[in-house]
Design a protein around this ligand. Sequence first.
Ligand SMILES: C[S@@+](CC[C@H](N)C(=O)[O-])C[C@H]1O[C@@H](n2cnc3c(N)ncnc32)[C@H](O)[C@@H]1O
Length: 202
Amino acid sequence: MNEERNPAASWDRRYREGDIPWDRGEPSPALVDWLARGRLGGPRVLVPGCGAGHEVVMLAGRGFHVTAVDFAASAIESLARRLAEQGLDADLECADLLHWQPAAPFDAIYEQTSLCALEPGNWRAYADALAGWLRPGGELFALFMQTARAGGPPWHCDPIAMHRLFRAPAWHWLDVPARTVPHPAGFHERPAVLRRGTGRAS
Ligand SMILES: C[S@@+](CC[C@H](N)C(=O)[O-])C[C@H]1O[C@@H](n2cnc3c(N)ncnc32)[C@H](O)[C@@H]1O
């Protein structure tokens, strides 16, 4: 199957060739800040579209029970090696987020530039899936990509569009800091914490 029809192969090739301009090489300062403030609760945390998984390593090192999902096999394989080298443990799944289901809902989800990697036509299904993966009262720690340009990936996650996508009663917006987080590819991310309500997602 060609890469256009098989996005997993295309992302996987980029990891194999080291063509990964989105990779910080270290955990996001947003996660470091949320952890330093004791903001991120657990213990069960999901990291969808984990990529190289610097945040997975940090969360596992802090004692969280982490599940990380990505459909790029080489990213998952190298993350497994890193975790093993550091004597850490996490559940790693090589799967397509648009078809994946966990065995049980999570207390928190750390979503960093995974939504912006998906075609906008898949955003509603993905947002509904995120709602289904979180327990009621669980929290979504999101970094919404700001590119201020058309096209993607990464696709621009316009703040108004994000409020429409993640809306009550399924979602309640809690912390929306004014600051943005610089992204290694030259863009910015808008951090936000959203609580899962009890209502249906859509
Ligand atoms: C821009 S990268 C971000 C990786 C990581 N979160 C980071 O910030 O370094 C997007 C990631 O999402 C993964 N991805 C994209 N679409 C996916 C899908 N449908 N299912 C699973 N993973 C997906 C890609 O393989 C890639 O690792």
